[in-house]
Write a protein that binds this ligand. Sequence first.
Ligand SMILES: [Zn+2]
Length: 319
Amino acid sequence: MNLIKFIESFPDESSCRIKFKEFRDEQGVICRKCGSKDHYWLQTIEKYECKQCKTRTSLRSGTVMQESKLPFRHWFIAIHLLTGTKKSFSALELQRQIGHKYYEPIWYMVQKLRLTMGSRDSKYKLEKIVELDEGFFESVDTEKDEDKKSAPKKRGRGSQKQTTVMVMASTVHDFSRSKKYGKPTKFRFVKMIVVNNLKGHTVGEKVSENITYDSVVKTDNYSSYSKIRDKVWCHIPQKLSPKEAGKVLPWVHTMIANAKRTLLGVHHMISTKYAQNYLDEFCYKVNRRYFGEQLFDRLLIACVTTNYENIIIITNLAV
Ligand SMILES: [Zn+2]
């Protein structure tokens, strides 16, 4: 959706509420008390009422907007800018674009959207031929600041750190291309998982969680990767010099470079604690690169269907 179309479709708060309700009706409202899916819509107070037990559910309750006091239109603009642009938007830039007085609620909104993206992608496992390597991302440890239960400061403070990330790229053989030129495989999907260490146990666990057993996994011959052997049908470790790594694991390296460029360009420095969220946004968009205009609707559906009780809510910040 381009900007003109977006403004035409959602000119005001009520058009956003109507659209949001449409999505909730389509996906089905589930009563939090008795689990029933049958509801009346009470127009005057804009709430659903359970036909079984009379429990009322607000339009926002149980969705990404639960507990948020920001207008629906702010959320719509954020979803539009996050999905409709190739790169991304920092919370600070969004705050400027929306013209909201406070930084914290905007920051919280964007993080929740990123959590939604991550939760969506975590439902899928990679398959076929998977390249696996580790990447190190510059980040800032802002842990001390967050003791005060506030969003991280606009400009990252704290000690610089390297965040360790396991990067996996699923590919298929590309018979249409000459092997002399370009990569011999076609890229499909990517996952980037922040890990505390690269010990064999951690690597094995993440591989089981994110790659199907019947896959072929290619890595370098780093000792921890030997633990993958039991987790997938075929593991191909290869002794690689740094120069060769780009040839044998081309897509993983392309993805790491692209992610670094995007994060650096948009956010300058990311917080160690939320690094996973930024990477989730990057992966979500790469994995849906052919969705085009559908991406807005897809993220909105995820916003009304994700079970937020099952994912870690990032802060207790009231917004
Ligand atoms: Zn009920």
